[in-house]
Design a protein around this ligand. Structure first.
Ligand SMILES: *Cc1c(COP(=O)(O)O)cnc(C)c1O
Length: 372
C-alpha cells in the first residue's frame, strides 16, 4: 500500500492550455530574445507582484549574479557582502562568482532569516551590500534590514527565491530593498521550468540588467560590458503565463496541506514548527520541522525512517554554506551557532499543492512514530 511520496512535485497547467499558449510561436518563429511571451510574462508579473520594474532571466541564480553586477557593487573598492549561511548554494556562489566577498552572519532562531543585530556587528568600511534570504515562505525582518542598509549606505538585495507571492500587510515581498531575486525553478511555488526574475526599485537599472543578460551588448555596434547569456526563452515564458493563472489555487491548496501538518505535529515534545508571522500571507513554499534533542530521535533518524516508508524529505538547508568543501578554510560555522543548530536538526517534509491529506497523515504517522 506504500506509494512513494516525493519531497516536491512541479506544478503544471492543463496540457491543452499550454499548447494553446505556444501555438503563436509556430507563426512567429520567434523563440527567444525578449519575444511576445517574454513581454507578456513581464507585464503579468508586474501586475501580480505590484511592482513597476521586472527583468526576466534564464534562472534565479544568474538573475542574482546579474543584479549584483548591474549595481556595480565593488566598483568603489568595497567588496564585502553580508549574507546568511542558512541558504541554498546559489546565494554565496553568486556573490563569489561576481568577485565579491561573502561575510556570513547568524540567523534568527524563530524565522531562520538573517538576524539584523548580527548583520550590524559585521559591517565595516569594506561592506557594500546585504543579501538577506527569505526562507520557506517566511520573510526577513525587512524593516530592521532597511534601516541598517540606509544608516550604513549599503545596497539591500533580497534572495526572494522562497518568497514569490508572499505579502506583508498587503505589500508584496517584491518591493523590499533595492532589488529582489525570484527563482522560477521547477521545484518552486511558481515555475517557468527554469527561470527567474529581478524586481528592482530604481528604473535606471532596467537597461543595464537587459544588457548584462545579453552579453553586455548595449546597441547594435556597441558591447560595453563582459555580460553573459541569461535570457528567458519563449517556451519558458509561456509556461509562466499559464502557471501564473493557477497560482492562487496552488497556494490555497498548499495552505490546506500546511494546516494539516500543523494540526498533526504542533505541540509534540521536541517538534519545533516555523510560526506564522503577523501580517504576513505566506506562499507555503516548504514545511520545515526542527527536531530538538528531546524529540527522542535525531533528524537523520527521522529522514531514514521516512525513506524506509518510501517518503522523501529533504535536509534543507544542510550542510551550512560555511561547511561546503568549496569554501574550506574560508568560514567557521561555529561563528553562526544558531544556523549551525538549525541546520543539524531541520527537515523539510514533502510539500506540493496536490499532496493529499491522507498522505500528510501517513507522513506524520511515521514522523511521530520516531518520537520517544
Ligand atoms: C532555488 C534557489 C535559488 C536559485 O534559483 P535557480 O532558479 O534554481 O537558479 C537561489 N536561492 C535560493 C534560496 C533558492 O531556493
Amino acid at each position: 500500500m506504500s506509494d512513494r511520496i516525493l519531497v516536491t512535485r512541479s506544478s503544471m497547467p492543463p496540457m491543452d492550455e499550454y499548447v494553446r499558449e505556444i501555438e503563436s510561436l509556430w507563426e512567429s518563429h520567434w523563440l527567444t530574445n525578449m519575444g511576445e511571451k517574454h513581454q507578456q510574462l513581464e507585464e503579468d508579473l508586474k501586475r501580480y507582484l505590484g511592482v513597476d520594474n521586472v527583468a526576466l532571466f534564464v534562472n534565479g541564480h544568474t538573475a542574482l549574479e546579474c543584479v549584483l553586477e548591474a549595481m556595480q557593487l565593488g566598483a568603489d573598492g568595497r567588496r564585502k557582502v553580508i549574507t546568511t549561511p542558512y541558504t541554498f548554494a546559489s546565494t554565496t556562489h553568486a556573490i563569489v562568482r561576481v568577485g565579491l566577498e561573502p561575510v556570513l552572519a547568524d540567523i534568527d532562531p524563530v524565522t531562520y532569516t538573517l538576524d539584523p543585530s548580527c548583520v550590524e556587528k559585521l559591517i565595516d568600511d569594506e561592506t557594500c551590500a546585504i543579501v538577506p534570504v527569505h526562507v520557506y515562505g517566511k520573510l526577513c525582518d525587512v524593516d530592521a534590514l532597511a534601516d541598517i542598509a540606509k544608516r550604513h549606505d549599503l545596497k539591500l538585495i533580497y534572495d526572494a527565491a522562497h518568497a514569490f507571492g508572499v505579502t506583508r500587510d498587503g505589500v508584496s515581498s517584491a518591493t523590499f530593498g533595492d532589488a529582489s531575486m525570484f527563482s522560477f525553478h521547477a521545484t518552486k511555488v511558481f515555475n517557468t521550468i527554469e527561470g527567474g526574475a529581478v524586481c528592482f526599485a530604481d528604473p535606471a537599472l532596467a537597461d543595464s540588467l537587459e544588457q548584462w543578460k545579453n552579453f553586455g551588448i548595449t546597441s547594435q555596434e556597441h558591447v560595453e560590458y563582459v555580460g553573459g547569456n541569461a535570457k528567458m526563452n519563449e517556451f519558458a515564458a509561456a509556461m509562466g503565463i499559464c502557471n501564473l493563472r493557477h497560482l492562487s489555487d496552488e497556494i490555497a491548496k498548499r495552505k490546506v496541506v500546511t494546516q494539516r501538518y500543523t494540526e498533526r505535529l504542533q505541540g509534540h515534545k521536541g517538534v519545533v514548527l516555523c510560526p506564522d508571522q503577523p501580517g504576513v500571507v505566506s506562499n507555503y513554499a516548504y514545511f520545515p520541522v526542527v527536531f530538538e534533542d528531546d524529540f527522542g530521535s535525531t533528524r537523520d533518524d527521522v529522514f531514514d525512517e521516512l525513506h524506509k516508508h518510501d517518503i522523501y524529505s529533504r535536509k534543507y538547508f544542510h550542510p551550512l554554506v560555511s561547511d561546503f568543501e568549496c569554501y574550506a578554510g574560508r568560514f567557521d560555522s561555529n561563528a553562526t551557532p544558531v544556523a549551525k543548530h538549525v541546520a543539524k536538526r531541520v527537515l523539510t517534509l514533502p510539500m506540493y499543492a496536490d499532496l493529499s491529506l491522507a498522505d500528510v497523515d501517513r507522513i506524520c504517522d511515521v514522523v511521530l512514530g520516531c518520537a520517544r
